[in-house]
Design a protein around this ligand. Structure first.
Ligand code: ZN
Length: 62
């Protein structure tokens, strides 16, 4: 569960970017390793947080 950094409420997770395959970020220095950012939204104050889920975090640790 992600907590809102602004108001502390529980955020709604697992929103994804859509459209055009533009939702991949790559790091040149890591052999263009791709990760897929997700979005959490706070239903209380509207704060939006972009994060990498556990599966993609594992990629970054290798
Ligand atoms: Zn909030």
């Amino acid at each position: 569960m992600r907590k809102c950094i602004r108001c502390g409420a529980e955020m709604k997770e697992d929103f994804t970017f859509t459209g055009g395959g533009g939702n991949v970020i790559r790091h040149k220095g890591m052999g263009f390793k791709a990760v897929y950012p997700k979005v959490a939204v706070c239903p209380e104050c509207g704060e939006v947080s972009i994060y990498i889920d556990d599966k993609d975090l594992e990629k970054l640790k290798k």
